[in-house]
Design a protein around this ligand. Structure first.
Ligand code: GJV
Length: 417
């Protein structure tokens, strides 16, 4: 999660070589000749990239460019980036962040506490146990016969110590390895995992959970979480817009607006993680745009997930973008027991996931009773398996103006590749 998040600030520029001449049209396209070396700053679409040549920046057609064969080889990387991914989970920073997140950790604690009777003599698998907190809750609050705590990073060695230190070594077995490859001596009754990433799916740890489910969960076994949903709301983002875009209108009394296209490219091409939206900035009631059933979801379903939305504006305001977050539900094993929900939205306690903001290219004024409807598509990167592109398509129908006044838009946001 954070490991990837840090990439946001990383300006990873790639060098490409022009394969033929190109004459740009308008002021925002670059012209170049065969053999020119361009620095590609961003790939907002598959056709048009944002690149630099001799200090000048503009759009270039991607199909005209090629990466040096040499560099391509050098860059041969693992599509799962496991070294980097598990490397970052081998340090304390992320575990501290997750454990300090009360809403997250307490939700899992509550699930175990409220199911203590049903967990008696059950076999549990904790996928990606980290420091082992969920496994320790199981051992201390309930009486499972066995908990297999699986962790791929080097944190597993410490987790073993923590299990011992807390007197749970009779019940909890720490296994270091990838959940999809590990061998267990038996199948399990309950598979618990905290796999959710930004915008629910980012990192795609869910794939590991599904593979572990298919191998190790008994017929009729339980998944925690049992389901998850992605929520979306059209929103205002006044201060973020002011800070990154309106800023160029009059800094020190000067007109810097020629920098605005660059600002849009630099700040609004990718979603903003770690955004905390005020309930007041939601222009409509939120809506669940995707629902995942953890019992039936298949790995192949993750390649492309589509959802729809239809919002009714509640009060007039400026539509700057969409904010997304997720909820996760944990079904009860007790008869008549209540479902526990972890909600990372603006009306709940903030969590370390915060929310994800998708900025439109330009703000639109909307009025009460207008409708905003459209679709969302999560497209998993075919190469970089932990990444995806979120495409939003919307149309605004004004409630006051004459017909023909609907405004439509589409924007794709890479996260991050
Ligand atoms: N096998 C074992 N451990 C894993 C795996 C895997 N396939 N994937 C992630 N982890 N909610 N997005 C571990 C990872 O090393 C870390 O300790 C924990 O699961 C991540 C949990 C939070 N990430 C998330």
């Amino acid at each position: 999660m954070q490991a990837e998040k840090d990439k946001e600030d990383d300006i990873s520029v790639e060098e490409y070589v022009a394969q033929s001449n190109f004459t740009g049209s308008g002021s925002d396209q670059l012209s170049f000749n065969t053999g020119d070396r361009l620095l590609v700053h961003a790939k907002p679409s598959s056709e048009w990239w944002w690149a630099e040549l001799r200090g000048v920046i503009g759009y270039v057609p991607a199909s005209y460019l090629h990466q040096d064969a040499e560099e391509e080889e050098e860059e041969e990387e693992d599509p799962w980036q496991d070294k980097e991914y598990f490397g970052s989970y081998g340090t304390l920073r992320l575990h501290l962040e997750m454990l300090s997140d009360k809403s997250r950790t307490e939700a899992y604690r509550q699930v175990i506490l409220s199911n203590r009777a049903s967990l008696r003599n059950k076999v549990v698998m904790d996928v990606g146990c980290g420091t082992g907190i969920i496994s320790l809750f199981c051992a201390q609050l309930a009486e499972p016969s066995e908990v297999y705590a699986v962790e791929a990073s080097s944190m597993a060695e410490y987790t073993r110590q923590l299990v011992k230190q807390n007197g749970c070594e009779e019940v909890v077995t720490v296994l270091q390895g990838r959940a999809e490859e590990i061998e267990l001596p038996e199948q399990v009754d309950v598979l618990v995992s905290e796999w959710m990433g930004n915008c629910l799916l980012f990192e795609f740890m869910v794939e590991s959970v599904l593979l572990a489910r298919d191998r190790w969960l008994k017929e009729g076994g339980v998944m925690w979480p049992s389901s998850a949903a992605l929520s979306l709301v059209p929103c205002q983002a006044n201060s973020y817009y002011a800070e990154k875009m309106a800023f160029w209108e009059q800094p020190y009394g000067l007109d810097f607006t020629p920098l605005q296209p660059l600002a849009q490219q630099e700040f609004f091409t990718k979603p903003k993680f770690s955004h905390l939206i005020e309930p007041n900035d939601c222009l409509t009631a939120p809506c669940d745009v995707l629902q995942l059933d953890m019992y039936t979801l298949q790995v192949k379903d993750l390649e492309e997930i589509k959802g729809q939305f239809h919002f009714r504006v509640e009060k007039s305001g400026v539509f700057h973008g969409f904010t997304a977050w997720f909820t996760a539900q944990f079904e009860s094993l007790e008869t008549g027991g209540a479902t526990v929900e972890l909600n990372t939205g603006p009306n709940s306690e903030p969590t370390h996931w915060k929310q994800t903001l998708f900025m439109l290219d330009r703000p639109v004024s909307v009025y009460a009773e207008d409708t905003i409807s459209g679709t969302i598509r999560l497209h998993r990167n075919p190469v970089w398996r932990r990444h995806m592109t979120v495409t939003l398509h919307w149309s605004i129908n004004s409630s006051t103006e004459e017909t023909d006044n609907s405004q439509v838009g589409t924007k794709s946001f890479p996260m991050w590749r």
